[in-house]
Design a protein around this ligand. Structure first.
Ligand SMILES: C[S@@+](CC[C@H](N)C(=O)[O-])C[C@H]1O[C@@H](n2cnc3c(N)ncnc32)[C@H](O)[C@@H]1O
Length: 370
């Protein structure tokens, strides 16, 4: 197995490949990217099996653009017999915790869904017969991603490192009371950046939050439903249903100039769980700042840095819009600015979420205390 398949949103294949190639280069792991526009995936080809095996250990959460990372090979087969060659491909591998039949997240991919479903039954039976399917979450997952009627990528992903979702997609429903579909971006960010326990520690009922570029209130809705009190900043109108909760104050102001009036009175200088010494506000005016304003990514990033420098918040989730051509370059620049300007040891996470379009979502916060 010499290939790494990276699933992504259609249109982001070159960014996905470029990000992975940059990472492989850091490990002095040489290979090359094959990425065709609008296919919904990129392939990283290595020259040696050991190189691909080492790269298969990269946790999906450390990559921004890829939704899933699968280590394997592309195989071709005859329409007369698809099952035989797939089973033969994994003859020397296994056992697996499950079989995931997948197709790229494109219209062409969707047209292969029926065939993928049809193949799932004989493939599962074949694997079971060989004792290769064992309900044990510590085992790798076998992925069969159909690329055409006569071609599939067959490979594995590592438990604890992969996305637990089919196609690497967290599917969420728009709550009927949410005023906009954008609500899913913040919901997915909270659910994918943190474990349940970490989110419960970072976000609790009664906390204060600021939502910049809030209208009509999809993100505010996510904060309100989790019991937070929100200052929603936007010149547009907020949904009445949110204002009626009594948990929302609407400020018709420029989000970039918004300044919480209360300032932190004391700062704590403490060693965090990751061993770094950090200065953090004992009583930040808001525990959370979120921002979905459409503006230049670097402007948003500098605003985040300023919020932390002022001690105005302890956690931030912001959307960086990427309408430009050089999207990967812009993302790299923004991530470098954050790493350089924030205190060493801060937590920075970034992801091109399923519900993000031409944008990525970034979290910045203090690490957990011991
Ligand atoms: C994508 S929409 C936000 C959608 C919102 N997150 C939701 O879930 O309903 C972007 C919003 O940012 C607001 N906006 C853009 N620039 C702004 C600024 N400088 N200050 C305040 N709001 C701004 C726009 O008025 C618009 O309502």
């Amino acid at each position: 197995m010499k290939q790494i398949m990276l699933y992504c949103r259609a249109g982001f294949e070159s960014e996905t490949g470029a990000e992975f190639a940059a990472l492989a280069e850091k490990y002095e792991n040489w290979g090359y990217v094959r990425a065709s526009k609008d296919t919904g995936f990129a392939i990283y080809e290595t020259y040696q099996q050991e190189d691909a095996a080492a790269l298969a250990q990269v946790p999906i959460r450390s990559l921004i653009f890829a939704r899933q990372l699968v280590y394997g090979d592309t195989i071709n087969f005859d329409p007369e017999d698809r099952v035989g060659p797939i089973l033969a491909q994994v003859a020397e591998q296994g056992p697996f915790s499950e079989l995931r039949m997948e197709t790229p997240d494109t219209n062409e991919g969707k047209s292969l869904n029926r065939l993928a479903k049809k193949l799932a039954v004989p493939l599962s039976k074949g694997l079971q017969k060989q004792g290769k399917l064992i309900k044990d979450n510590s085992l790798p997952v076998l992925h069969v991603c159909l690329l055409a009627g006569t071609q599939a990528f067959v490979g594995v992903s590592e438990p604890g490192r992969h996305s637990p979702f089919v196609n690497g997609i967290m599917r969420l429903r728009v709550p009927s009371a949410a005023p906009s579909r954008s609500t899913l971006k913040l919901d997915e960010a909270l659910l994918s950046f943190f474990s349940e326990a970490e989110l419960a520690a970072r976000m609790t009922s009664g906390m204060k939050a600021v939502d910049l570029g809030a209208c009509p209130g999809g993100w505010t809705y996510q904060l309100v439903r989790r019991g937070l009190f929100v200052s929603s900043v936007d010149n547009g109108p907020m949904a009445d249903s949110l204002m009626e909760t009594g948990q929302v104050k609407h400020f018709r102001e420029d989000g970039f100039g918004f300044d919480p009036k209360r300032k932190p009175i004391s700062w704590i200088n403490r060693q965090f769980g990751n061993g770094k010494r950090l200065k953090w506000p004992e009583n930040a005016p808001s525990e959370w700042m979120v921002c979905d304003m459409a503006d230049k990514p670097r402007r948003v990033v500098h605003m985040v840095i300023d919020w932390f420098a002022q001690g105005n918040t302890r956690n931030a989730i912001v959307n960086l819009k990427l309408p430009m051509k050089a999207r990967w370059e812009e993302v790299q620049t923004c991530m470098n600015i954050l790493r350089d300007e924030l205190q060493d040891g801060m937590v920075i996470k970034a992801k091109h979420l399923y519900h993000d379009r031409e944008e990525i979502t970034v979290f910045v916060g203090y690490p957990k205390l011991n």
